[in-house]
Design a protein around this ligand. Structure first.
Ligand SMILES: [Zn+2]
Length: 498
């Protein structure tokens, strides 16, 4: 018997599941945290939360002792198609990224490449306990590309929102194409809450506001808009002002990064009920601006978390929670130091960040009536963080802090999506990783051939910025040695003897 059919025998659809004796972070304000707690799943719903629950005959029992059970995490912004080139841009800036995808190579990606990246990203998401992911899919040059994106999302038992985009086209044009409306009818309508759709495009700030037509299309198709806002050098306050003046800022709008914006823009976002998607690991590395949570709270703007793209960094929300909490606290300290003050009490708490990674994402997507907390009646999207082989899983004193600063994706023991067990005892259930491995290998081979070896290597290894060395007044400054200490080996050799 194959592993996959064995999995299907063990986890037949519809078999109730109970988690026993967990530390349950319900993220439901009325239920709070429950130690020694049980959670019963019947069908696609959470049936009960309590202690020593009575369960139906035939219920599968999962021993969650020494583990933390939390709601499935929600990533509100991922370019899933880019996972096909995982890690390629580790040393990029945002400029390198724009040059690669927008100017030079974005056009080479075929429907099968979109499929490959999405398939791997979708598997990666559920493996890491990210049960809902917004696929900010801006490589959809044709509806064949979009069909491929959805084919991959439907092949994996996660919950997804296709944020339809096309970085090579004008959104006020492609949203008007008859095949776009046809795609929505064919692939999205009637799919329920496992596959939803948003419209993904950016607002340039052009005073003529050409994006108006795209916002009108969003309204016509009843699709939320998700947009990169407050991105240094790309989008700014002008875009926010134009959206607001034309009445297109709504509670369903998601502002990704929202990093380099003025007080006036934050007030407009807050006044219209929009949500931020903060990608701290992205903002810290690429240069959109400083992760903005420390500012957003002053305006009451709700926060969700995201990982942006695996072409650079990681794709799990443990990293998002950790980097967000760290960036927020770092900024509060630095701002205080500028005033010659000391931060004595932390404002942002681990519990808040876990809430952003779960319920905050669900609220941003308008899905908090369905997901985001462990609440009887809601959909059963659950993550058990438990690892009896790990020296990091005990003692378990501060469960929210444990999730944010101690645990990692390797500690994800069991994942349930829509009542279905998709990972158990650290192993994916009924998912064939080899299909994704082969699809991605074909895309890598193809992209490398299309680009040519020289361009491939140059794109992966952009030129390094040079450090301006300071002369040291206390000693003779050996420039070559100092450069070598910076890792500038070639520069050290090339440096003239002074
Ligand atoms: Zn992005």
């Amino acid at each position: 018997m194959s592993q996959i059919s064995a999995d299907n025998d063990r986890f037949p659809p519809g078999r109730p599941v109970v988690f026993r004796n967990a530390t349950v972070l319900t993220i439901d304000p009325s239920l709070g945290m429950l130690e020694g707690g049980d959670v019963l799943v019947v069908g696609d719903r959470v049936e009960a939360v309590g202690r020593q629950l009575t369960v139906p005959d035939g219920t599968m029992e999962i021993d969650a002792t020494n583990g933390i059970l939390m709601p499935g995490m929600v990533d509100t912004h991922r370019h899933m198609w880019q996972t096909a080139l995982r890690g390629f841009g580790a040393d990029w800036t945002l400029t390198n990224y724009f040059q690669f995808y927008y100017l030079n190579w974005g056009k080479i990606f075929r429907p099968e490449d979109i499929y490959a990246g999405n398939l791997l990203a979708a598997i990666e998401a559920i493996d890491a306990g990210v049960t809902t992911t917004v696929d900010w899919s801006h490589g959809l040059q044709t509806t064949e590309h979009a069909d491929a994106a959805v084919d991959a999302l439907e092949a994996i038992p996660g919950r997804f929102v296709l944020a339809y985009g096309n970085l090579l086209g004008a959104p006020w044009q492609w949203t008007k194409a008859p095949e776009f409306a046809d795609f929505i009818r064919r692939r999205i309508d009637g799919k329920g809450d496992r596959l939803r759709m948003q419209l993904a495009f950016d607002v340039t700030g052009d005073p003529a506001f050409p994006e108006k037509g795209a916002f009108e299309a969003a309204r016509e198709f009843n699709l939320p808009v998700t947009t990169h806002a407050g991105v240094w050098g790309a989008t700014n306050d002008n875009g926010i002002r134009l959206m607001h003046e034309h009445g297109f800022m709504t509670p369903s709008t998601i502002y990704v990064h929202a990093a380099t914006l003025s007080e006036d823009s934050y007030q407009r976002i807050a006044a219209t009920g929009g949500h931020a998607s903060v990608s701290s690991e992205s903002e810290q590395n690429a240069g959109q601006g400083y992760p903005p949570t420390w500012r957003l709270r002053r305006y009451g703007i709700p926060v969700s978390l995201s990982m942006d793209t695996s072409v650079w960094w990681s794709g799990d929300l443990f990293s998002a929670m950790r980097s967000t909490l760290s960036a927020d606290r770092a900024r509060e300290h630095l701002e205080a130091h500028k005033r010659n003050e000391t931060v004595v009490l932390s404002h942002l708490r681990a519990e808040q960040v876990v809430t952003w990674a779960t319920l905050g994402g669900a609220q941003a997507l308008g899905m908090d009536n369905l997901i985001g907390s462990i609440t009887p009646g809601k959909k059963a999207d659950l993550v058990l963080v438990k690892n009896d082989q790990s020296p990091v899983m005990f003692p378990l004193l501060h469960p929210y802090g444990h999730i944010v600063f101690q645990a990692g994706r390797g500690d994800v023991h069991t994942v349930v999506v829509d009542g279905r067990v998709v990972k158990y005892e650290h192993r994916l259930v009924g998912i064939d990783l080899n299909t994704a491995r082969q699809a991605v290998a074909r895309t890598v081979e193809y992209a490398r051939t299309q680009m040519g070896e020289q361009a491939w290597n140059a794109a992966m290894n952009p030129e390094k910025a040079v450090v301006e060395l300071r002369d040291n007044p206390y000693t003779y400054t050996d420039q070559a040695r100092a450069r070598a200490a910076q890792g500038d080996g070639a520069a050290a050799q090339a440096a003239p003897q002074e």
